[in-house]
Design a protein around this ligand. Sequence first.
Ligand SMILES: [Zn+2]
Ligand SMILES: [Zn+2]
Length: 158
Amino acid sequence: MRILSREEANFFIKECISVAKKATCSRFKCGSIIVKDGKIIGSGFNSPPKDLESQRRCFNSKADYDVKVTDKTCCVHAEQRAMFDSLRRNPKKIKGSTLYFVRINEEGEVLFAGKPYCTICSKMALDIGIKEFVLFHEDKAIAYEVEEYNNFSYGYFS
Ligand SMILES: [Zn+2]
Ligand SMILES: [Zn+2]
């Protein structure tokens, strides 16, 4: 785990915000970028799969689904999209890269992250070779090693 310098945090938070503004999810707008050697190798925002309106379930209640439906979010996560993008465009650069993630409100302001809990993204990031997963917390931005990030996600209790 490493705490980002204010300079690094400010720079990448801005990039994530501009990506998040493109999100079409009606619940939350999220943006994610993957960076290797100072260059963005992938980016993504959350929206229904293939942006199909027929697949939009943003306002469904979690109680509408069985417990076996483990991911009740209808939209593809911004981090997943950034990972798909990097796999498509820069597959050889993923090893050792850093993923940054941010969620914003309708005004484009950052909604600071709590503890990690998305096991879909945490295991995918670990599996494809990303090195660090960055969350912007209220007091500081933290880069988690992806293996510890996956452990934290599975250890989450609200
Ligand atoms: Zn949505
Ligand atoms: Zn996720």
